[in-house]
Design a protein around this ligand. Sequence first.
Ligand code: ASP
Length: 577
Amino acid sequence: MYRNHYNGTLRKADVGTKVTLVGWVAQRRNLGSLLFLDLRDTTGIVQCVSANPDDLPDVRNEYVVQVEGAVQAKDVPNPNLPTGEVEVNIEKLTVINKAQTTPFIIADKTDALEETRLQYRYLDLRRPILQRNLRIRNKICHAAREYFEENNFLEVETPMLNLSSPEGAKEYLVPSRLHHGSFYALPQSPQVWKQMLMIAGVDRYYQIARCFRDEDLRADRQPEFTQIDLETSFLSQDEILTIMEGFLKKAFKEAADVDIQTPLRRIPYWTAMDTYGSDKPDTRFGLELHDVSVILKKGTFEGFGEKDYVKGIVVPGVAATTSRKNLDELNLEARKFSLKGVIALKYLNGALEGSFTKFLNEDILKELVAELGLKEGDLFLFASSASRRQIDNGLGALRTLYARKLGLIKPGTYDLLWVVDFPMFTPVEGEEGKYVAEHHPFTRPRDEDLDKLDTKPEDVLAYAYDIVINGYEAGGGTLRIYDHDTQWKIFKLLGLSDEDVSNKFGWFINAFNYGAPPHGGIAFGLDRLTMIMAGTENIRDVIAFPKNLQAVDPTSKAPREVSPDQLEILGLDLKEE
Ligand code: ASP
């Protein structure tokens, strides 16, 4: 028997118990007459101690060892360890396997480069914090399986080798050996398959599904990622959201021990944009956007275009401490957020200050103060743009920047809400009459907006919803189109030719001709949910073997060249670079 207890579970109540433990030597301190070993396993670390170090075999960091001994109370408890009230008195120490000196010290606090940690990921994963993240991820999956099983969802696997049919991002292609010149595509999501399952009468489906998108990577993106993917038949949007809230409540409780109050708030897309400048608003803090177009255009400033939006945010209490230099830096930030710049007005000693005030008479100033509800020391920052999206997005980003700067976000708080009523389409910037789908082409336009499809597509809202947690989009879904003609029309509106629709989606929408039920679903980003519950902004912290920012697996170094033979079998010839 290797062990009869796990290291991280030992507590005061175990004092006196004889234990056999195994694990890795996390740290060794030899004080001559006393030897301390910190022994680590998947559950944590416990301190082991011996008053006869000379009788024990020599061990080093990361050796795999077995310790036999009795649990005893520590004279001075270590408040930083859950096992800190006890230690194990080593009676027998056996070396099970040796270890070379590791490339970095294996502890939560590390200054090792991330690339090195990823290269030796099996060592990195021994760090308790990463073990904890894996466990949180596992608990979310477990909650999903249990909850959706209880709610009559059927777990069904869908194909990995698919027809190429761009959903938006670039696809990973897989060459076919049997059909030279033909390619499969890895799924960006199981979207079309889960809809087919509804047409097939499955009623409720779920899958913890791997998805692939060949996009440029950022801190929160990976080329392969995981969705908790769901689809249902014969349910309204409200019914779907309610079921999904039940899952979130359970997942937060079981994985993070957080109580979520349901039902969650539902905010229409345009309200979110107008108020917070974002379709994934973080509402743990205020700093809401104010539209001051009408008021400020009454002044003598000639720089505003007739159709410009003039909007801003009030940052409380910082007017006196904001210097010229701070404002110059802020302008640089604002440009990064696609704003031309921001203008500042300070409310000090009961009056508005700032060079822009020369364009505003007393009445306008008064109206502005009243509209914004300004208090002594407030700073009002505003900008203008002819594009509603641009100004909202820019100010939304500034709002978050200030919230972080001013520490307005209480750590450990969770703010969940639904954003609903998304537009069906996003106009392509600079290309009149061109649109992309805001969610995806299978999204159902709202019944009351169907007649606008031909006249004003940009005004069509959809049965589409995102779950937003602490300012992150943690999932999104829609009700789906379930009739052939509407689906065809949407593809055409998105610029596909008849031939393209037939070739790429014909196999799919023909199924709508054989009795498709009304259906709708959602996909939660498992990586994102885990990041939120684990409190990290780095997606690589929640995936066992992630790719780096160059889409390379640093452990195995994939992707790599393959042999000419392998290419030959696939009928491929590489172009000279
Ligand atoms: N397939 C969609 C996505 O990947 C989610 C959904 O609409 O259910 O975003």
